[in-house]
Design a protein around this ligand. Sequence first.
Ligand SMILES: O=C(O)CCC(=O)C(=O)O
Length: 281
Amino acid sequence: MKLSQSQVKTLASQGFLVLPERFSEKEVALLRSQVPALLKENHPGNVIEKEPGWKFGEGAGKSWGKDSDVVRTAMGLHLRNEVFNTLVHHPKLIAPGFQVRPEPMYIQQVKVNVKAAFSGSVWQWHYDFATHHKEDGVPRPLALNLHIFLDDVSHYNGPLYFVPGSHRHGEHGARLDDQTTSYPLWVVENDVVETLVNQNGIQAATGKKGTMLIFYDTLLHGSPNNMSPWDRSIFSLILNPVSNAYQKSHRPDYKHHRDLTPITMAEPNCLESFYELAESK
Ligand SMILES: O=C(O)CCC(=O)C(=O)O
């Protein structure tokens, strides 16, 4: 479950790592089977996409069975669902995190970013530490973002764009944008993005369902609108060292969980007992 030395090196130099199809078809089918019911819940952790109207016509969020509001992100999932509560302990997901940060870490955030077909909107250029620091008072950029693709992600359905190596430039400055989407985000100004992109380029993180991503807190990234007819949902777990915990707690718990209990690792087969849930759907 650990990364090879060359993967560790790539992560250190690029600031992100793509692990193609790390989760099996069965595991992904199970995770996917849990999502539609979660998206239908009337829960404050379900953030709805901003723009009503033509973009949300027939077909928006098609694999998730949505027919009205389109969910942008569904948060706090380990507290809302047993399968996701088990997933956050899965060694395939968190062993690389411990390899990179060998110290006690707590669960900072657990979500699925849906990026629904025809309607999922942009995540502006940003780096996560800006929000972690300015909103939650996290002292240092040590959090790790661990993703699993729940849909195939291509160049066409709103993949993450990374600026390789941008994490090594430290902080990039940030401004709160609470207008562009329904999710307030500390974003990076275009001139800074331009300089970093001209130096380092842009890489789209694409791959089949089950592919995993790891990336650092100061890595510049974003993702475009999904105007394709294909959903692009991605699970995300953010882990942060307990020694680097939040100092402010004005945001809701589902945006930055308060429980500092160090996360523990489960057995590699921990999801197997749930497989019948997926088969019954
Ligand atoms: O889901 C996306 O497209 C963007 C997610 C993101 O930027 C993040 O998790 O920080």
